[in-house]
Design a protein around this ligand. Structure first.
Ligand SMILES: [Zn+2]
Length: 134
């Protein structure tokens, strides 16, 4: 499947730098200790802008999934239909990631199953995070 190549901005640059080191990090509020992803300028819970980064366990579970039949990402149109699984992070189930779960047939995503992060090279020197069943 064709992958989207990330374009980091100032907020997400530390996240993508960590991905390139095969680490999955999320923001951690220094005031209330809430984890958050995707990165934002301030804590969504208490509003503090004192945020640091914390490495996660890289483990999660599949909450649900949907199937894309008619998406708008040009590079992915040849792959349609494809799965998009919603993964909850075990460190904080309020945090979601999305995964195509490569190798899992369309509509056969095992909801509730454990997954772990994996990393794939999508361009020279650029990794992305993906998820695989454990
Ligand atoms: Zn906070």
């Amino acid at each position: 499947m064709s992958k989207l190549i990330p374009v980091p901005d100032e907020l997400s640059q530390p996240f993508w730098d960590a991905v390139n080191e095969r680490k999955l990090i999320v923001q951690n509020c220094d005031s209330c200790n809430k984890l958050q992803y995707p990165p934002k300028p301030a804590c969504e819970l208490c509003g503090s802008n004192s945020l640091s980064w914390k490495e996660t366990s890289g483990k999660g579970h599949i909450l649900s999934f949907f199937v894309v039949y008619d998406g708008r990402y040009q590079v992915r149109i040849p792959d349609q239909p494809y799965n998009v699984a919603v993964v909850t992070l075990d460190d904080d189930p309020g945090i979601n990631f999305y995964s195509n779960l490569a190798g899992t047939p369309v509509k056969e995503v095992p909801v509730g199953a454990a997954v772990e992060v994996t990393f794939e090279e999508v361009a020279p020197g650029q990794l992305i995070h993906e998820w695989k069943l454990v």
